[in-house]
Design a protein. Structure first.
Length: 474
């Protein structure tokens, strides 16, 4: 049988037993498994869609969640996705760092608010004036205040506000990236739990099969070698169960980390594997990306910031004159009259007038050029990736739809059929394990299809800048 034909139903691999020589009753059991309608349950938090575009989550995986999830992750708090992502938007580590950066924008505005660019400068000089007639005490004092006359202060305040807006956009981008990461980690935890449940069912099947083999061996129906084979298979199933449980715990730890959950408390997903969602064409995705993506908004804010800084730096090349006063007391040595007192109003203009602020002006122009190129690169990359992501999501969704409706619900049913056939002596234990391995491989392929879908959803949501439900096909 070709691999592609095994993707249709879990019951079909029983034909392998027929090729190995089982009785006609095994073939009848295979037909019954193929004709049995799969049960389905409504997934937690799924977005409705029309017709065949959304497939319900198989009951086979959802039914065992309530009883198994607490045993798989003892001490963890079971939370739905909405509660986890609400916490992550405020408390994830990257979000907290980005929010603290907003203070840099506030500081830039606050630093530009003083009316005078510099504080006044006070000079006091004391000394002795002397000549051939003798010496006298002398005192001089100067007070200068630099000032701006070209509106530089207003432009600096505007640049500070643009910086604050850029940091706001950057925070929104990081919040969105956090949403996508938490969504992906949540789905990976659900998938790891599904693998752990599959391993638990396989372990239960191997344990029951060993008990049957021991009873039949004691009755003289099979040799003790068959019991040893069943014992080895049970040991392998235990190892697989331990590994699957570990992967689930690690996935929950990663989910707690992405959500910024305070240690030592851990969280675990309370939902089920989400139903696949098909999305609209890449043209609709491109329109939404260009209009709403947080990364583009952040790059646009960076361009606005660069333009404001260029304007401010160009205005800062104007000279900063100084107004001041001079007070002095002079008394010529040998003079018979009183001391002379001097008062002056001073105006200072730095030279040259046209070669000022060259480094900040060049730096701001370079930063504006870089910001413009980063904006174009972001638009180009997102547009180029949108088509691939849409195609990957739709293809993966179709794979999941096929598996979830025709494969996953029959895994436990087929294991029970195998166990019953072995109890009745219709098949040898070697044939049972060959068929079980076939079922397990296809079950694993079905869960791999879920993982491929979640990988594609994470990529598309990162490109899209909003949940995938916002572009679900109607």
């Amino acid at each position: 049988m070709q691999h592609s034909s095994r993707l249709v139903t879990f019951a079909r691999p029983l034909a392998l037993l027929a090729a190995l020589g089982p009785s006609a009753r095994v073939q009848a059991a295979a037909s019954a498994a193929a004709s049995a309608p799969p049960q389905a349950a409504k997934p937690h938090g799924a977005t409705p869609a029309a017709g065949p575009l959304v497939t319900p989550v198989p009951q086979g995986l959802a039914a065992a969640v309530t009883s198994a999830e607490k045993d798989l992750m003892p001490g963890a708090e079971l939370l739905p996705f909405d509660a986890i992502v609400r916490h992550a938007r405020d408390s994830a580590m990257r979000v907290r760092v980005a929010r603290s950066r907003l203070e840099l924008g506030d500081a830039a505005v606050e630093g530009a608010r003083p009316l005078m660019v510099d504080n006044p400068q006070l000079y006091v000089g004391m000394g002795v004036r002397y000549n051939n007639n003798g010496s006298r005490f002398e005192l001089q004092s100067t007070l200068n205040q630099p000032f701006e006359f070209g509106g530089e202060r207003g432009l600096r305040i505007k640049a500070g506000k643009r910086y604050r807006e850029y940091l706001d956009r950057e925070l929104a981008q990081i919040q969105w990236e956090t949403y996508a990461q938490v969504h992906y980690a949540y789905n990976m935890a659900l998938l790891a739990r599904a693998r752990a449940i599959t391993a638990e069912r396989t372990l239960g099947f191997s344990s029951r099969l060993l008990e049957v083999a021991q009873r039949r061996s004691q009755a003289g129906e099979i040799s003790s070698l068959r019991v040893r084979v069943a014992t080895g298979e049970l040991a392998q199933a235990r190892q697989n169960k331990l590994n699957a449980d570990l992967e689930y715990r690690l996935a929950c730890i990663h989910l707690s980390e992405m959500a910024g959950w305070p240690p030592p408390q851990l969280i675990a997903p309370a939902g089920n594997l989400a139903a696949p969602v098909r999305v609209r064409s890449e043209a609709d995705v491109l329109v939404k990306i260009q209009a709403e993506h947080p990364a583009i908004k952040a790059r646009e804010a960076a361009v606005d910031l660069g333009e404001a800084r260029v304007t401010s730096a160009n205005r800062d090349r104007l000279p900063e004159p100084q107004l001041g006063i001079y007070l002095g007391r002079e008394y010529e040595p040998g003079a018979t009259t009183g001391a002379s007192k001097i008062g002056l109003i001073m105006f200072t203009l730095p030279l040259p007038l046209w070669k000022r602020n060259q480094a900040p002006r060049a730096q701001s122009r370079a930063e504006l050029s870089v910001a413009g190129q980063e904006l174009e690169a972001t638009r180009y990359t997102l547009a180029l990736s949108a088509r691939r992501a849409v195609d990957a999501v739709n293809t993966a969704a179709e794979r999941v739809r096929t598996y979830s409706s025709e494969v996953v619900p029959r895994f436990e049913e087929n294991l029970n059929l195998l166990q019953r056939a072995f109890e009745l002596g219709e098949v040898d234990i070697i044939e049972v394990f060959v068929a079980r391995e076939n079922f397990l491989r296809i079950q694993s392929e079905a869960l791999d299809a879920y993982q491929a879908y979640y990988d594609a959803v994470y990529t598309l949501e990162s490109i899209l800048g909003s949940p995938i439900q916002s572009i679900a096909a109607g």
